[in-house]
Design a protein. Structure first.
Length: 138
C-alpha cells in the first residue's frame, strides 16, 4: 500500500516539476524554442553546404538584432528609415543607390556608368538578334 502511494507521489512530483519548468520559462524562451524547432525542420531538406549567396541564411543574418549596434535604429532591412532622399530625376547607377537629399542635380560623373549600361544593353540586344536569326527558319 505504501509502495503504491509512493509511486503515485513520485508521478505527481514529476508532473509538478514539468509544470514548474513550464512556469519558470518566459514567452520569449518558448518562442525561441519553437523557432529553433522550425529552423531544424527546414534544415532537414536544405543542402549540406552554405554559400555566400544563400538567400535564407542572409535573411536570418539581417533579421538578427545585435546588442550595441549603432545603426539598428537608423536602417531597416529592405529599405531606409529616417533618411531623406532626393526626390527628382537622377542618373542610374549599377548599384541602384539614390543620391542624398542635398544633391544639387548636377551629374559630375566621367561617363563610366553610362558606358557600362550601353555595353550591357548592346550585349543583350546582340544576343536577342542572334537568337532571332538562328531560329528564323524554323
Amino acid at each position: 500500500m505504501e509502495m503504491l502511494e509512493q509511486i503515485e507521489r513520485q508521478e505527481k512530483g514529476i508532473k509538478d516539476d514539468t509544470k514548474n519548468y513550464e512556469w519558470g520559462r518566459g514567452d520569449v524562451q518558448k518562442e525561441q524554442d519553437e523557432d529553433k524547432k522550425r529552423r531544424l525542420e527546414a534544415e532537414k531538406d536544405a543542402p549540406f553546404s552554405r554559400h555566400a549567396d544563400d538567400a535564407q541564411m542572409n535573411g536570418w543574418m539581417k533579421e538578427a538584432s545585435r546588442w550595441g549596434d549603432p545603426m539598428s535604429g537608423m536602417a531597416r532591412v529592405g529599405g531606409k528609415k529616417n533618411s531623406k532622399i532626393y526626390q527628382g530625376w537622377c542618373p542610374p547607377n549599377r548599384f541602384g543607390i539614390r543620391p542624398g537629399y542635398r544633391w544639387d542635380g548636377v551629374d559630375r560623373s566621367n561617363g563610366f556608368e553610362a558606358s557600362c549600361f550601353a555595353k550591357e544593353n548592346s550585349k543583350q540586344l546582340l544576343a536577342q538578334e542572334a537568337h532571332a536569326w538562328s531560329t528564323s527558319d524554323m
